[in-house]
Design a protein around this ligand. Structure first.
Ligand code: G4P
Length: 527
């Protein structure tokens, strides 16, 4: 198969939802329908991660699972589908944002009883900012849930895009009869249970088929009325509007009952885009270019804490990856020759022989690869768009045993490079290191990992800062002047980017007014 053909059959997407909407369940079912081996256990095991720090840590101990199940690859109808999981817990939303930079589409799971929930809204904003096409799955129709028309208008309200139903539910809860496939004018009849597989659903042709009225009575009459209403009022599905993030196709189903899952897979294959060009500062990189390029969008500590291995997750942007090929880290020109690169085919961590644009490969390393790193066959390239967000919570960190200061620094540097937390080194001499987070749980996890992985008992203390802004200026002199005048509030992050730390919004406002030459950024893109 040619490079162009390999690219054309790739689909890379992330699955996003508010906790409990059914993301884990749907993931399992997608794998099942794509014929991947039974993996129910390992996907399910990750679920605990959303509840409490202790659960999360317990799970993280079994890193083998979480590394492997955060990326899954499967084949369906001649397509290679890469599915990227996102952390359910909102305290790890930064991680999620970065995962979203590595995909070409997103699958949004909504609990039909709850509609669009806060965590989903935030994730959607990130998708919207990047114009990521979104496919919507409304789950749990086997329960008493909200009216489908209300759900659609809620989605439209929150997403600011048209929700175009591809299927429509007939009844719900105890009276859930199935979904009507609007594109093929046939009903797929619901049968509860999760034993069924792929092709044994009953279907009935035609909305006006008397058999439907006879079997589903009121539920059918109501659905037929609603379908007439929406087909009259909704714009037609427009693939271009979908690809531009202006329309989302909507499917109804019940993941736990394997119902509506196949339609989602079909939509991914038929509607979701193959990998496209990626913007680098220097030029636009095309997926079928012969030379390999890729970006590290996630770094995760490996299973064995004693060895401090990490796995860098690389999204292939162009060319073909082959095992043992020589690659250059664009940031510092260092060469690597990854041999034991892992793929994530059906949950088994397998050695990759080759990978194409859209695929994710895991490169084990000892710290040579950082978040945002670009790998090439020699070209110097900087990809844009891997975001770091200004932290909203701060704590100062000290080590209880001063003899372990070095270990603390090593640990924090590595955890910072992994993106587990942001680490700020104050400009002023003698200042304690500062940790910045988006969610409280990040602090707990970092303290736990410092102890277990680096043997450091860290003391976390309240900090007087409450916000941070990265600062730049077109005029280096103005920047220097600002830094000198505000030395007590200046800090450097792990890549030495300069930040201004403030104890209140008022303090930030004053600085902004006084120094119009300085730009204050809430987001930094790795560059
Ligand atoms: P998440 O990853 O988005 O957090 O959700 P997850 O799949 O874990 O599902 C959350 C709960 O919703 C689970 O129940 C799951 O069984 C249930 N669920 C998922 N899909 C459906 C569906 O189509 N219909 C119904 N009725 N329930 C569904 P739980 O009680 O929290 O866990 P468990 O005891 O089932 O493991």
């Amino acid at each position: 198969m040619s490079l162009t053909e390999e690219v054309a059959r790739r689909r890379t997407f992330a699955i996003i939802s508010h906790p409990d909407a059914g993301k884990t369940t749907l993931t399992e079912k997608l794998l099942l329908f794509a014929g991947a081996i039974q993996i129910a256990g390992s996907v399910k095991a990750r679920k605990a991660s959303r509840h409490a720090a202790s659960d999360w840590m317990e799970i993280e101990k079994q890193r083998g699972i979480s590394v492997a199940s955060s990326v899954m690859q499967m084949e369906y109808r001649d397509c290679v589908i890469n599915l990227l999981d996102t952390p359910g817990h909102q305290d790890f939303s930064e991680d999620t944002y970065r995962v979203l930079t590595a995909v070409d589409a997103a699958l949004m799971v909504i609990d039909a009883a709850n509609g669009v929930e806060p965590q989903t809204i935030r994730l959607l904003q990130v998708c919207r900012a990047r114009n990521t096409p979104i496919i919507t799955f409304i789950n749990k129709l086997d329960r008493e849930v909200r009216e489908p028309l209300d759900l659609l208008s809620e989605i439209e309200g929150h997403l600011g895009m048209d929700a175009i139903p591809f299927s429509w539910p007939v009844g719900m809860g105890r009276h859930f009869g199935g979904v009507f496939d609007l594109r093929h004018d046939r009903m797929r009849v619901f049968r509860p249970g999760s034993e069924r597989h792929r092709d044994d659903d009953e279907t009935i042709e035609g909305l006006d088929n008397p058999e439907l009225a006879a079997r589903f009575g009121d539920a059918h009459a109501k659905a037929a009325e609603e379908i007439e209403l929406i087909t009259g009022a909704m714009p037609a599905f427009d693939p271009e509007a979908f690809l531009a993030g202006r329309q989302t196709p909507v499917f109804f189903g019940s993941a736990i009952n394997n119902f509506g899952v196949r339609e989602v897979l079909d939509a991914l294959v038929e509607l979701a885009p193959a990998p496209g060009p990626r913007a680098a500062l220097e030029r636009s990189v095309l997926p079928a270019e012969p030379k390999f390029t890729g970006v590290v969008f996630k770094v995760q500590a490996n299973m064995d804490p004693a060895h401090r291995d990490r796995v860098a997750f690389v999204r292939v942007s162009s060319g073909k990856f082959e095992r043992g090929m020589r690659l250059k880290v664009a940031r510092n020109g260092k060469e690597i020759r990854p041999n034991n690169v892992v793929s994530f085919l059906s949950q088994r961590r397998e050695i990759v022989e080759e990978a194409y644009a859209g695929d994710i490969i895991g490169i084990p390393n000892h710290g040579i690869l950082q978040l945002g790193d670009v790998l090439t066959e020699g070209e110097s390239l900087t990809f844009t768009g891997l975001p770091f967000f200004a932290p909203e919570l701060f704590q100062a960190v000290e080590v209880k045993d001063p003899l372990r200061t070095k270990q603390l620094r090593t640990g924090l540097t590595q955890l910072g490079e992994e993106g587990a937390i942001q680490v700020f080194r104050p400009e002023a001499a003698g200042g304690a290191l500062l940790l910045g987070a988006v969610g409280q749980l990040q602090f707990e996890v970092v303290a736990h990992r410092l102890k277990t992985e680096y043997g450091v008992d860290a003391r976390l203390m309240p900090s007087r800062y409450s916000l941070a802004r990265w600062i730049t200026s077109p005029d280096p002199k103005a920047l220097k002047k600002f830094m000198d005048a505000n030395a007590a509030n200046i800090a450097h992050d792990v890549v030495d980017a300069v930040a201004f730390l403030a104890s209140s919004p008022a303090q930030l406002r004053v600085a902004q007014e006084r120094y119009p030459d300085i730009e204050f950024h809430t987001m930094r893109e790795h560059a």
